[in-house]
Design a protein around this ligand. Structure first.
Ligand code: AVJ
Length: 320
């Protein structure tokens, strides 16, 4: 973007840091101020997120794993023999291993923006699944990318767990699903996890845990801006807040300025009024009907939907 190009001339940043700098300057210049949730995941943020996934209040991860385990054979029954599994965003391998153990895939293609993470993850899988072809692709999966030639003739199965779909605005979610359909092609399948709308107290608690891990996860993006962009955020002058926005069907995470202050980043001043917010993440919650409509609107049909007993979370098998 414009900021990134301008900054690249005056700072010795690599491409990723220039993009980070451009997005931060652009997003903090908006009203209300915001930051992209993709920047949560530096090493510290990724570690904090792993801690979030086992918090008592944070039900999504354990609930999705429970569905993948209990419905694993039904899910495996829709996967053609020798198919290529294309995972959008390569997180921890716990979930994909549940599929790899049940289905005889011809190949596995983890797609993630971080090449280092991919290399580490691929090594572990090659050791445990020596006969599986693992072909990592370092790319931003929200934009079209080329699939590896090695999986050319294989049937394609997309995998997008974790309700990461929920981080997208509705129009972005539709654009992603349409793009995934283009990439995977006619006749492809997609296994996708979607967090469901539910009791607002349960939603609130999942993003405001008693131990304060989510607060540290949220505040960490300010620490990253200070470290990587030379910003001078006083992190202790901001506080974490998650709210459920009922009409938008989404949890919103914010960082609230506790007092009036001015933050300097790359020669620019950003002033905050007391109580002013930086909107750092949205996490959309779907009803089964609204998700089915979104999938249809993106060129997919919902072939199967599975939920846990309490209908907290859902996994869907889509067909292109
Ligand atoms: C990884 C985006 C699915 O939205 O629940 C967890 C990230 N944010 N706690 C989510 C997150 C705060 C998580 N996703």
């Amino acid at each position: 973007n414009l900021h990134a190009a301008t900054l690249a001339q005056s700072y010795p940043f690599d491409e990723q840091t220039s993009a980070f700098a451009g997005d931060v300057i652009g997003d903090l210049s908006q009203f209300p101020k915001r930051l992209s949730p993709k920047y949560f995941y530096d090493a510290a943020g990724s570690e904090l997120f792993e801690q979030i996934t086992v918090l008592p209040e944070y039900y999504p991860t354990r609930t999705e794993l429970g569905i993948l385990r209990s419905r694993g054979d039904e899910i495996a029954s829709i996967v053609p023999r020798g198919a290529a599994l294309v995972e959008f965003g390569a997180g921890a391998t716990t979930k994909v291993r549940l599929l790899l153990e049940r289905c005889d895939f011809g190949g596995y293609v983890p797609v993630d923006i971080s090449g280092d993470f991919l290399t580490a993850q691929a090594g572990g899988l090659r050791k445990d699944f020596p006969e599986l072809g693992v072909y990592p692709v370092a790319a931003d999966f929200t934009a079209p990318f080329a699939l590896p030639a090695e999986i050319e003739g294989m049937p394609k199965v997309g995998f997008f767990p974790g309700s990461t779909l929920g981080n997208f605005e509705p129009h972005e979610a539709r654009a992603f699903l349409r793009s995934a359909r283009e990439i995977l092609g006619e006749g492809a399948q997609m296994i996708i996890g979607v967090d469901l709308e539910k009791n607002e107290r349960v939603l609130y608690d999942a993003y405001n845990d008693a131990a304060g891990v989510t607060a540290r996860f949220n505040l960490n993006v300010l620490v990253r801006i200070n470290r990587e962009l030379g910003g001078n955020f006083d992190v202790s002058a901001f506080m974490h807040r998650s709210v459920y926005n009922r009409e938008r069907h989404r949890i919103e995470m914010h960082l609230i300025a506790k007092k009036a202050q001015t933050v300097r980043i790359l020669g620019r001043n950003f002033s905050f009024r007391p109580g002013e917010s930086i909107h750092t993440e949205s996490s959309y919650k779907y009803s089964l009907d609204r998700f089915t409509a979104l999938a249809r609107d993106s060129g997919w049909s919902v072939r199967e939907s599975w939920t846990d007993h309490d209908r907290m979370f859902s996994v869907h098998a889509l067909a292109a």
